[in-house]
Write a protein that binds this ligand. Structure first.
Ligand code: ADP
Ligand code: ZN
Length: 742
């Protein structure tokens, strides 16, 4: 029986302390148990990270209270937190905060209790009929309870007073019961069957079976995991079917599975596809995403930990789901940037998936139509095994992509929509087919310029122009959310002639409605999404065919499946291309490919029209020819030549503060200190203003470090930062394998 526990106290940095275990609880506690411990004059929550028989610490105090003896974290999850702290250069406690959902950590939300009613004894039909005559409401309640398979919440019955009367009579018993908050409770999932795989899918699936160790049923599960699998499958090639059947295989062997999907693709459609596939089996699917209420998150988490849900689908943090006996981790759309968490701990969900699979000794399957350069590089160098699906299911054609050169479009005369795009939309409307128009920028006008004095409307807190939102009649900063009433005259010189130019989705919607007054047009972007059910309602309407044209930002680029969409228009393919970011080309290629994949998913083949001012840019040309390999060859040459990831690791240190000079001084001091004993092989650039120089009222400077090996650099950074005093209003963040470079 262990006598001491090393407890990592919440919000304490990396400090862990020994506490004594009272005899009464000593053998119930584990690594991962949550406890309350005395710290100075108060008590704090913490997690046991080690059990010990002895301690060297003087004056060890006993644990004050056991919050949850059942471990909230498995050993693997604690190891992952330690790995993250080391790799991502953060405190162990910060890493733990990423691993354990807030609602579980704080232990304030519990299971919901509800009063439920059941019959105290059996009632015959005659008895119930007699009761109905004497007291109709009472009779109805007894009849309802007699018909119900399980106790019924009192709130769902006719009236509390009547139920009480029945309790007094001794007919009914009421008692509190644990109720699960299930966001999908109202939905029915019709069981769906496995699809018969096509030849390509068969080949891929065979490799997956080998990785799962499932080829020979008698052989025990292999000790060490196979290589991660990278499934490069074109859009609509049936990757999801592979995931579903792989998970099925894992469940059949009594194991569990985690599937990560980008938050944005965690649509009702996706959830439904999973819930219905496993509806017939006894396996529950837990869904974790950011829109859950605290209570729902609490219940989903417990459902997972208690082993009732063996399938977990969720956004990046689902990689920390407390499942045990994991057989498979799937990462769909592995190239998605949203897998990177942009606050401490700044982990990458896909990379942690590979790590966790290794720690669990289970299989890992990454899938994408446009693999990240990082993953493809790993496949090329043999770290991952590459699998391919090159054809769309049912021999559907890849959509035809046509590039419209806006420079030569003489007829445009300042219009956003080229003649060819307008004609194409017209043709589709005639035959009752649907269109998607894509523009990755919301709002109406993107710049406001005074024609007299040249004043432009900028955000007072950020170095960006304000966007005009006509619906709200406001100008808005897309960085910090600053808002103001849209000016009717120049704020600077009071002249009346303010020119509104540039365009976002709101203007496209407006133009399209004017051009096609009989068509039903809907828009989906972050503005519309502010209304809770907007996303779902709009997609449902689009699915039913009551909407002809859907205009939207990237939230309509991913994963949606609408067979009647035969035209996709990309309003401006250049938007992302000119960002000061070495991944700009990769992102544009991915986005074009993904958006194009929305076209022609039914019987009629699809067409994609791409409007651009740079028709010859490689990202556009390779996407047009559905040529991932060609893109890889060219892009990897460029990355190698400039020593960018995936050929190195990029660590971005950001120093920010309200006071520009003080912040600059801090970043220069930091750079000097870092240089003093930089680990071998690390290069350190000069401090430079961030591309987005000012944000949320703070000036930002960047230090870019590149290294072949992350951990020595992370430790060096940690050591320097721990010793270096910084002005109180200057904040330093370290971003390992950074994606957000602005
Ligand atoms: P991806 O994930 O690669 O985009 P999906 O798995 O979503 O592709 O498949 C696209 C469509 O094809 C889905 O409607 C799916 O049900 C269907 N599908 C997938 N595999 C098969 C198959 N073997 N036979 C028939 N239909 C299939
Ligand atoms: Zn701003």
């Amino acid at each position: 029986m262990p006598r001491y526990a090393l407890v990592l106290v919440d919000d304490s940095g990396s400090h862990a302390f020994d506490y004594a275990l009272p005899d009464a609880v000593a053998d119930t506690l584990h690594v991962g148990s949550r406890v309350r411990v005395p710290v100075r004059t108060t008590t704090r929550l913490g997690t046991i990270i080690e059990l010990r028989d002895t301690t060297d610490a003087p004056g060890v105090k006993p644990i004050a209270e056991v919050i949850d003896a059942t471990p909230v974290l498995t050993r693997v999850l604690i190891e992952m937190a330690a790995w993250m702290a080391d790799y991502y250069c953060c405190s162990l406690e910060a890493a733990m905060r990423g691993v354990l959902p807030n609602v579980i950590r704080k232990a304030e939300v519990g299971h919901r209790q509800r009063l439920v009613a059941r019959l105290a004894r059996e009632f015959s039909t005659e008895e119930i009929e007699a009761l109905k005559k004497r007291a109709p409401v009472q009779g109805e309640i007894v009849a309802a309870l007699a018909a119900a398979a399980a106790p019924v919440p009192v709130a769902d019955l006719a009236g509390h007073a009547v139920v009480q009367a029945l309790v007094k009579k001794g007919f009914v018993i009421t008692e509190p019961a644990k109720m699960e908050r299930d966001p999908f409770a109202k939905e029915e999932f019709v069981a769906s069957a496995k699809l018969e795989m096509n030849a390509e899918q068969e080949v891929v699936f065979e490799r997956v079976r080998v990785a799962l160790g499932a080829t020979d049923r008698r052989s025990p599960i292999t000790d060490h995991a196979a290589k991660p699998l990278l499934l490069h499958g074109v859009t609509g090639s049936g990757k999801t079917e592979i995931y579903l059947q792989a998970i099925d295989l894992v469940l059949a062997r009594g194991q569990s599975a985690i599937m990560l999907v980008p938050e944005i693709s965690l649509t009702p459609q996706t959830v439904e596809r999973f819930k219905s596939r496993f509806a017939a089996s006894q396996h529950e699917v837990a869904v974790l995403h950011s829109h859950l209420s605290e209570g729902e998150r609490h219940d989903e988490w417990h459902k997972i930990r208690e082993g009732r849900a063996k399938i977990v689908i969720g956004a990046r943090s689902a990689i920390f789901a407390p499942v045990t006996n994991v057989g498979l981790i799937v990462v769909d759309e592995e190239h998605e940037n949203s897998y990177k968490q942009e606050e401490t701990p700044r982990y990458h969900g896909r990379d942690l998936a590979v790590l966790r699979a290794q720690m669990e000794g289970c299989a890992c399957l990454l899938g994408s139509a446009t693999p990240s350069l990082e993953s493809y590089h790993n496949a090329v160098t043999g770290k991952y095994e590459l699998l391919r699906l090159t054809l769309r299911v049912d021999d559907q054609q890849m959509p035809l992509i046509r590039v419209i050169d806006l420079r030569n479009d003489a007829k445009r005369k300042g219009s956003i929509l080229s003649e060819r795009l307008i004609t194409a939309i017209e043709a589709r409307l005639k035959v009752k087919e649907q269109c998607i128009l894509f523009l990755n920028r919301r709002g109406f006008s993107t710049s406001l310029l005074c024609e007299k004095c040249g004043h432009t409307c900028e955000c007072p807190n950020c170095s960006v122009a304000l966007t005009f939102h006509r619906g709200a009649a406001r100008v808005v900063c897309h960085i910090c959310g600053y808002q103001a009433v849209a000016p009717s005259k120049c704020p600077q010189c009071a002249a009346a002639g303010i020119r509104y130019s540039g365009f976002g989705t709101e203007k496209i919607e407006d133009n399209i409605s004017a051009l096609f007054p009989d068509a039903k047009v809907k828009r989906l972007d972050a503005d519309v999404m502010q209304r809770k059910d907007a996303f779902r309602e709009t997609l449902d309407a689009f699915k039913r065919g009551t909407v002809d044209i859907l205009v939207g930002t990237q939230m309509i680029a991913k994963g949606l499946h609408f067979p009647n969409v035969t035209l996709v228009g990309i309003i401006n393919a250049d938007l992302g291309l000119h960002m000061p970011d070495f991944r700009a080309g990769e992102r544009t290629f991915q986005l074009l490919t993904q958006v194009a994949g929305r076209a022609g998913r039914g019987d009629v083949s699809g067409e994609v029209l791409v409007q651009t001012y740079t028709p010859h840019s490689p990202s556009i040309q390779f996407a047009r020819h559905h040529d991932y390999e060609g893109f890889w060859d060219q892009e990897s040459e460029y990355r190698r030549g400039w020593n960018y990831p995936p050929f190195t690791h990029l660590v971005l240190v950001q120093v920010r503060g309200e006071h520009k000079e003080r912040t600059l001084l801090s970043v220069e001091t930091l750079a000097r200190r870092l240089k003093e004993d930089l680990p071998a092989g690390v290069t350190l650039g000069d401090p430079a203003p961030a591309p987005l120089e000012k944000s949320h009222g703070q000036f930002r400077f960047h230090l870019a470090l590149r290294t072949a090996r992350v951990r020595p650099l992370s430790r060096h950074l940690r050591a320097v930062l721990d010793r270096l005093p910084m002005p109180e209003d200057v904040i330093v963040t370290v971003d390992v394998d950074a994606y957000q470079l602005l």
